[in-house]
Design a binder for this molecule. Sequence first.
Ligand code: PLP
Length: 453
Amino acid sequence: MEKLPFERPLIQKINAGMPSKSGIQAKPAPITHIENVPVVSLLKEFGSPLFVLSEASMRKTFKEAYRAFSSRYPRVNFAWSYKTNYLNAVCNVFHQEGSWAEVVSGFEYDKALALGVKGEHIIFNGPHKSREELTKATTNGSLIHIDHFDELYELITLAETLEQRPQVAIRVNMDTGIYPLWDRFGFNYENGEAWDALNRILVNGKMDLVGLHTHIGTYIMTQDAYHMAATKLASLTTELMRKHKHRIRYIDMGGGFASKNTLKGAFYPGSDTAPSFDDFAEAITSALMKSEISPDNLPLLILETGRALIDDAGFLLGTVVANKRLADGRRATILDAGVNLLFTSFWYEHDIRPALSVSDQTEDATLYGPLCMNIDVLRGNVLFPLLKKGDPYVIKRVGAYNNTQWLQFITLRPNVVMIDTKGKPHIIRNAETLDSLNRHEQIPGHLEDFDQV
Ligand SMILES: *Cc1c(COP(=O)(O)O)cnc(C)c1O
């Protein structure tokens, strides 16, 4: 008798319908359309993988955030955080909605100028601004947020030589009840450094002190921290008035509002735990309203929120490459988008869905990207439908940070499409090609040729 080939036995835990700590796990429902455009036709027309951004979602979320603040406080302005997503089309959606620009490098500063943002509507943050960049920002009347004493003294020296007076604020860091403290940016409140810096600016007299800034962290899940931060900036505001009779024009509360993504290890999904814009707005504006700032002199309130405005608008579409069994029998599904495109998968449990109603069966699976790198894991262990090679998938809530932190690593970066409010897709960033990358490289003459036998 012929010997049959050996097949390794497979023991598999069947957990269909088993409740977890937070109840019965639901099968992830497919996402077949984005803004009424079929996912499969987007992949067919623009390639796989593909980033898709919804203009309608961005505008709707922005209006919701603006309403939450402007219904509670008389003077509110948003400044779009460029590093969260600085694709030009994205920035312009927020500029059309009335946002200023919030930039943290000379490159981002130039990007905002090139898009036509007025100099005085650019907020220049960050720990490194060169002398040339400080000069340019001063000449354009931009709002320079000083990060440390070295920058303050450089600006004082520079101000002697320039015709315009720099328009400055300081960034303040403080204890808001969130630990570890974010104390590497700006001047500390509790130890008196911030007050020291403010006094030096006013005594020097060569600059216009126009505002106070803080950005207390990112993905902050408690609005109370903002209440404390706003209270502390308000007290600096009243101290400036008391000691120097100096009135500032604005208080900038930064960004950091949590989006609805779920952090790794979180007990409940982010969509249940993230405070709403109303919660954040209530915390911040009530602190300002209750403060000693005179009601006639209420400063403009600026918000630089990034991820909470755009995360929901972004989708990463793609195609299943293969399925295999790991040595321990677990199912592994390989997708065509990896951590090089989805930087945020290092800290979020991204919601990954089939794009067609495929199979009703699910299995615990690890979802890998296409990179030849052990770290290329999009989801470590997730109850996932049995997708086959070639099946389309959709990853939700990828609008923040991925189009800026993505890496050109092993593969080329794909097309980015924005679906306009009428449902029409537009390419807003072309896929990279070998040619477009090679344009940045040069080969010295002696390395141009090599012999091959
Ligand atoms: C990154 C950043 C923001 C935006 O932060 P989000 O967490 O995306 O809201 C705002 N202000 C400053 C100074 C930043 O560095």
